[in-house]
Design a protein around this ligand. Structure first.
Ligand SMILES: [Zn+2]
Length: 133
């Protein structure tokens, strides 16, 4: 019974620990694409990890700002900045994926052309005959 209560209150998703371990790498932009995708997805759906990220982000960025000699009236509301950074990274991932798909399509298209050309050259399938009709 006691164990049951414990489990209910400490219902951590299995990869929360893994995600929080990735926070420093996320903040220093050193996650690879797969990790970043996993990280963003998790942080979006897990309040606990989002809060953890937010705290780390605040600390890191505040130190950065303090080192930059900003004017005294510089805004210290960092919450929208984190939101912006998360959105930018999500968009970047989406863009990278699109570029990769485009590249594969172009590659396949070129490959098909080369194969048709070779078939035509070897006389196995004379595409030029169809084209000149
Ligand atoms: Zn989590």
């Amino acid at each position: 019974m006691a164990q049951e209560t414990y489990n209910r209150f400490k219902e951590e998703k299995p990869d929360c620990r893994e995600i929080t371990a990735l926070i420093p790498a996320f903040l220093s932009d050193s996650l690879n694409e797969r990790e970043l995708h996993h990280f963003l997805q998790h942080v979006r759906s897990c309040q606990q990890c989002y809060k953890e990220l937010e705290t780390n982000y605040m600390v890191e960025r505040t130190v950065m700002y303090l080192n930059e000699d900003l004017p005294a009236d510089a805004s210290f509301d960092l919450t929208p900045l984190l939101e912006k950074e998360l959105e930018e990274k999500t968009a970047m991932l989406r863009y990278d994926r699109r570029v990769r798909i485009m590249r594969s399509v172009i590659f396949l298209f070129t490959l098909v052309l080369i194969v048709l050309f070779l078939l035509d050259l070897t006389g196995l399938f004379r595409i030029t005959v169809f084209l000149s009709k």
